[in-house]
Design a protein around this ligand. Structure first.
Ligand code: MN
Ligand code: MN
Length: 289
């Protein structure tokens, strides 16, 4: 018997699904090592590695209504891609489902955040895991570059925003973050106070019950995640990032995993990203039980 390779345990049809996974094969603005366009199918490929049972939550993913919608149609420019993505994600959110976007590069997060914010209202915030501030107004003459996504989230969607894992950016971005009282935690902050305390502070600061959670995989130390577009040493541990996802997933109305560049490793970054996505779904389902 033949079958179409899809995300393991994504056994549900769209109509009955609570979780809708989709890929976006776009890395057109990637500045250093493009290749994140290959990540969604790489993640599907490695997903058969995992048992469907998640012991920590006593949940079997095969029992959850998860749908793999496939990949977004390809467009030439970043603007066309972001527009098409917005109009593809908005109906998923309107149907009461949780969109789970597999990038692709980080610029793709903005339309997903917009679609979720539009359906959620004021009780909404954004948490980004990233090595980079992504607070530039434009990069290389391009407004919607992957290096600018957090700036546009704050300017165009909500200032109810926090970032974890930050350790890279020009001085202007560090100054901008401080002048605008943007809440961020470096890996040193996390090591000092512990990830559970960081998460308590983030939840208290945001003062909302619904968030969008974005995982730029370069938040994680490249020793755990070497297959990245822009690797940055001295990052978060994989265990701490799992804790972020386990804790925040029940609040999330949308989630993404971006910036995996699978050609630069032996598959371990796609494996880790896929595992974290599965943790997200299990944690979200457990939180709503
Ligand atoms: Mn980023
Ligand atoms: Mn980054």
């Amino acid at each position: 018997m033949f079958y179409q390779p899809t995300m393991m345990d994504a056994l549900s049809e769209y109509d009955s699904a609570r979780y809708v996974i989709f890929g976006v094969l776009f890395d057109g603005t990637s500045s250093f090592r493009p290749g994140s366009r290959w990540a969604p199918d790489a993640m599907r490929g490695v997903s058969s590695n995992f048992e469907s049972y998640i012991p920590f939550f006593d949940i079997d993913l095969a029992d959850l209504p998860i749908h793999d919608a496939g990949n977004l149609e390809k467009y030439a420019s970043v603007d066309e891609t972001l527009t098409a993505l917005f109009y593809s994600v908005e109906p998923i959110v309107r149907d009461g489902k949780i969109p789970i976007m597999l990038g692709g590069e980080h610029s793709l997060t903005l339309p997903c955040v917009k679609a979720c914010a539009g359906q959620t209202g004021d009780d909404f915030g954004v948490v980004v895991l990233d090595a980079h501030f992504d607070l530039r107004e434009e990069y290389g003459g391009l407004k919607y570059s992957h290096a600018c996504v957090s700036r546009h989230i704050i300017d165009e969607v909500t200032a109810n925003y926090a970032a974890i894992g930050i350790r890279s950016g020009p001085k202007e971005e560090w100054d901008f973050a401080k002048e605008n009282n943007i809440l961020y935690y470096t890996p040193e902050d996390v090591a000092e106070v512990g990830i559970k305390n960081v998460l308590s502070e983030v939840i208290e600061y945001l003062e909302c019950t619904r968030i969008y959670l974005s995982l730029d995989m370069d938040a994680i130390d490249p020793s755990y995640a070497p297959g990245l577009g822009t690797p940055e040493p001295f990052g978060l541990s994989a265990v701490d990032v799992r804790e972020v996802i386990r804790t925040l997933a029940p609040m999330a109305v949308g989630f993404d995993v971006v910036e995996i560049s699978p050609e630069y490793d032996g598959g371990q970054t796609a494996i880790l990203g896929t595992k974290l996505m599965r943790e997200f779904i299990a944690a979200h389902a457990a939180g709503y039980k």
